[in-house]
Write a protein that binds this ligand. Structure first.
Ligand code: GDP
Length: 476
């Protein structure tokens, strides 16, 4: 062998070694979010379940690593950030595998889980230098409500109060918010306030937010932490609220108000909240995410009516603001986030018949359209998809008045009664108010389908496409 040939081979070996280590040390921080009840817990449980139980019964055709026969195995390994709660996969998977199966309890704050996936790379150089490679996936689950707070960073207390007041004084919120607004009007903002009264009023405001979300199905909740406080439950930093009477007070006196007055204390807490809660989340967590999936349940608001659907649209616009990284954007200046792929998923698509899935995807597309344009422009690849993490219904056909109709069949909760129905048409575009007069959409909770065992993959819709979009390129 000539000296030149030897040098060339040595060079190839060094390069191969570098690539080998790069392949072995691959690592992706995958973030999962969505408003409460959007399906985060079911989604993460299914994603982990599909990967660790991959077998001949898996329906994973669109995940190229599996389809090309390069997937070897996946297992859970201890998480990296020990100060973050562990995502309780075992309890969730057990609930879904029970007889009869139940939905897992939803997560309430931030939690994490780490997966190691062993696979065979198809990149030719890596392939010849190592039999297989490992990719570590750190999955972080966090409430979408926390992203609703981002705009607050750009607002003074006075500006934020004005936006919230407008919202509280409009239908559908005004009916139940009126008492709170009147109580605030009866207090002098410049009188000293004791912490007990502040705590009591904050509790009243938090209850209002809970009612908006849990009973009225509204999505635009600020501050988002108030309804999902995580480890901050009961902390004074969550004890403030918008002042709803700014139009009647002297703004000069407001600027000079001492910190022990009602308005002064509200302002001080608001500033503290932005620094220690909102900014802290972006600095400690958000900046580390590489890939993001945002889950949205469009079907429940469709079922609830115009007010609820309209609110979802506004909330989705606020949530997606966090992914606008243009150079001039304050988010980029403050935190330098690095997410390069963002997937929007309409969840629970097993609640509609398959020919409606296209409409469901295009409805979600329309919901996020204004912001998506800007995100695409800023070099984040985005995609929308309709999924079901864990199927609860089977699709079928039924005869009705001489016609064949597509139907879904499932076990309705809580009574556990088998039901067959055509749930209704999903509008392709954002529906006008009249949609709810002419159409009815029948969304009812179904039990998850019986699983074939704790170590078997759950039935799903398009989880393989989700994996391909989020991880496929990292496992070539
Ligand atoms: P989280 O609050 O975002 O963690 O939401 P969960 O994952 O707890 O889901 C909330 C509820 O949505 C569950 O209890 C189920 O009733 C329902 N759900 C979630 N995923 C699916 C799905 O793929 N199909 C159906 N039919 N229902 C789902």
């Amino acid at each position: 062998m000539s000296l030149i040939e030897k040098a060339l081979i040595d060079k190839i070996k060094v390069k191969a070694n570098v690539l080998k280590h790069r392949a072995i040390d691959q690592h992706v921080n995958l973030a999962v979010t969505g408003l409460s009840r959007s399906g985060k817990t079911a989604f993460i449980t299914s994603l982990v379940n599909q990967l660790i139980n991959e077998n001949s019964q898996s329906q994973m055709t669109f995940f190229s690593t599996i389809h090309e026969g390069r997937f070897i195995a996946a297992k859970r390994v201890p998480q990296k950030d020990l100060h973050i709660a562990r995502f309780d996969y075992d309890s969730a998977a057990k609930a879904l595998s029970e007889e009869p199966p139940c939905w897992p309890l939803p997560t309430k704050g931030i939690s994490q889980l780490r997966l190691a996936i062993k696979y065979q790379p198809n990149n030719s150089i890596i392939k010849y230098t190592t039999d297989n490679a490992t990719i570590f996936i750190d999955i972080t689950d966090y409430p979408g409500e926390w992203l609703l707070d981002l705009p607050m960073l750009n607002q003074t207390f006075e500006e934020w109060s004005e936006v919230m007041t407008e919202l509280l004084k409009q239908a559908p919120r005004v009916e139940i918010a009126e008492e709170f607004i009147q109580r605030l009007e009866s207090l002098s903002p410049f009188d000293p306030v004791d912490e007990k009264l502040l705590a009591e009023l904050s509790e009243q405001y938090t209850q209002l937010l809970q009612t908006f979300r849990n009973e009225m199905g509204l999505s635009l909740i600020q501050p988002g932490r108030f309804i999902l406080p995580g480890d901050l439950a009961g902390a004074p930093i969550l004890q403030f609220f918008p002042y709803t009477n700014f139009s009647d007070i002297d703004l000069d006196a407001y600027q000079k108000a001492e910190e022990d007055t009602l308005i002064g204390m509200l302002r001080a807490r608001y500033i503290e909240y932005k620094e220690r809660v909102v900014k802290a989340f972006y600095k400690e967590h958000f900046v580390n995410f590489d890939r993001q999936i945002i889950l949205a349940d469009c079907l429940t608001p469709l079922n609830n009516g115009y007010g609820s659907f309209n609110d979802l649209q506004q909330a989705m616009n606020l949530i997606t603001e966090s992914f606008r990284y243009g150079k001039a954007n304050f988010l980029t200046r403050m935190f330098s986030p690095k997410i390069d792929k963002l997937l929007f998923a309409a969840t629970k698509s097993d609640h509609v018949t398959p020919e409606q899935h296209g409409n469901l995807t295009s409805l979600l597309n329309q919901l996020i359209h204004p912001i998506r344009q800007k995100i695409n422009f800023e070099n984040i690849t985005t995609e929308t998809i309709a999924i079901s993490s864990v199927k609860a219904t089977q699709f079928g056909k039924s005869q009705h008045q001489g016609k064949t109709l597509p139907v879904i069949r499932g076990i309705k909760l809580p009574e556990r009664k088998q039901i067959t129905l055509f749930p209704g048409m999903v509008p392709k575009a954002l529906p006008a108010e009249s949609y709810w007069q002419d159409n009815s959409f029948n969304f009812m909770p179904f039990a998850p389908l019986e699983s074939t065992g704790l170590h078997q993959p759950f039935q799903h819709i398009r989880m393989d496409q989700v994996l391909e979009f989020l991880l496929g390129d990292k496992m070539k």
